[in-house]
Design a protein around this ligand. Structure first.
Ligand SMILES: *Cc1c(COP(=O)(O)O)cnc(C)c1O
Length: 430
């Protein structure tokens, strides 16, 4: 494969856009080579400007559960576009999409739409703080909740310690209210609740973490979180921007019995358009302006074109309840194929599947938290990624990202990807 046009395009982008990209992971810093510039997608494939074709296991980082250019979603968007791009006034499509979401969850009475996952989580945290009249929040190392200030936190010196900013530009004063705990380890959370007794507004978690590779929380851990939040009057927030309508129709709640107080969504609910949402029971949502005192707003929130895409996508998912079983079967087949190839070559690999999400680490031991994830062989992953790309398989360009199967990812594509992985693993064995 040649990437000549993409290489030139990247250089040109570099001149006018920092790092040549509008979101850092796209720059391929975690792997070898330059990012292909994408011209178009079709079903389970994407095509770059050099004319290369790839089986797409990124799906725009999750949103495209029906693949590229799904006809029904496309038609819904076109119909909406013809009526006008935005009004900044109420439209019926917002109520329709909100109703679809609310009808799936017993404890979610109302949702508000925003334009990104970052905004959804940022607003949910503000609401949790406003509702509980407390400032401190607990998050987990390795979970990503968008790039708002109080969530850009890394571990300080101790374990259950106050977080320090993970980026210049974030005042330490803001992250002081964010406690950092260890995924799948309730003892650290317990320590947080002792250290900050009566001050913790909420615990926020990706119940199926997809931003340190795919690392699900155990059922026992989620239950312990539920219990400790109840004991201390703190809210439990499930950030399901990635896993919502991806791991199952109900996200984590299709797999686990643990019910959160608040939820956030993004990605699939916009089907590729910029949409985020957060929801909770009526009592909590009543604190949000204009009903209540917690301010939150957005000029393009509930944008009719984005709502149309999300609505078409969610209605299709609800009308075809078998989708997730089919997707999970394919994802499992893919990971079993990779695993078998790696095992045959004595290359240490662990894999994970949740619905249409999959993940792999070049690691000899299971991964249940971020520290373990960081032990993965990133150099081997970079070589694997490059080998797969050269063979027409587009995987997420970092060993800390999940992969995605869409309904347009056929069994043939899965078999082809396994064949290419087997070749690539042989090539990179040493
Ligand atoms: C992608 C993601 C976000 C941020 O969403 P954006 O739309 O990129 O702002 C937040 N939380 C989780 C779990 C995500 O996967």
């Amino acid at each position: 494969m040649t990437y000549e046009k993409s290489i030139t395009a990247f250089e040109e982008a570099y001149r006018v856009i920092p790092g040549g990209v509008d979101s850092p992971v796209r720059a391929f810093k975690g792997v070898e080579g330059t990012p292909p510039f994408i011209q178009r997608g079709e079903g389970g494939y994407i095509y770059d400007i050099d004319g290369n074709c790839y089986i797409d296991f990124v799906q725009s980082w999750g949103p495209l559960i029906f693949g590229h250019c799904d006809v029904e979603i496309e038609n819904a968007v076109i119909e909406a576009v013809k009526k006008g791009l935005s009004f900044g006034a109420p439209t019926l499509s917002e109520t329709a999409l909100a109703s679809e979401i609310v009808s799936l969850f017993d404890t979610i009475d109302k949702v508000r739409f925003v334009s990104s996952g970052t905004e959804a989580v940022m607003s949910a945290i503000r609401l949790a703080r406003g509702f509980t009249r407390r400032d401190t929040i607990v998050k987990f190392a390795g979970c990503y909740h968008g790039h708002s200030d109080s969530l850009l936190v890394q571990a300080g010196s101790g374990l259950a310690t106050f977080g320090t900013p993970s980026s210049p530009g974030v005042p330490a004063d803001l992250t002081q209210h964010t406690l950092l705990a260890t995924y799948n380890d309730i003892s650290i959370v317990e320590q947080c609740f002792i250290d900050a007794k009566g001050e913790i507004a909420c615990v926020i978690i990706e119940p199926i973490a997809g931003n340190m590779g795919l690392v699900p929380a155990s059922e026992a851990f989620l239950q312990s979180l539920r219990k400790i939040c109840d004991e201390h009057g703190a809210l439990l927030i499930f950030d399901e921007v990635m896993s919502g309508f991806r791991a199952s129709l109900k996200g984590s709640q299709g797999i686990s019995s643990v019910v959160p107080d608040m939820m956030t969504w993004g990605k699939v609910i916009g089907a590729g358009m910029p949409v985020g949402a957060f929801g909770a029971r009526a009592e909590i949502m009543a604190y949000l302006s204009p009903e209540g005192p917690v301010y939150q707003a957005g000029t393009l929130s509930g944008n009719p074109v984005a709502m149309a895409a999300g609505l078409a996508s969610l209605q299709k998912l609800k009308a075809n309840p078998d989708i997730f079983a089919t997707l999970e079967k394919r994802a499992k087949r893919l990971m079993e194929g990779f695993q078998k190839a790696a095992d045959a070559l004595d290359i240490p690999m662990v894999t994970e599947v949740r619905g249409s999400m999959f993940g792999l680490f070049f690691s000899a031991t299971p991964v249940t938290n971020f520290t373990q994830a960081q032990q993965n062989d990133t150099k081997r992953f970079a070589k694997f990624h490059k080998g797969m790309l050269d063979r027409g398989v587009y995987l997420a360009c970092s060993s800390y990202e999940a992969g995605f199967i869409s309904t347009a990812t056929t069994d043939e594509m899965i078999e082809k990807a396994i064949e290419m992985a087997t070749e690539t693993l042989k090539e990179i064995k040493n």
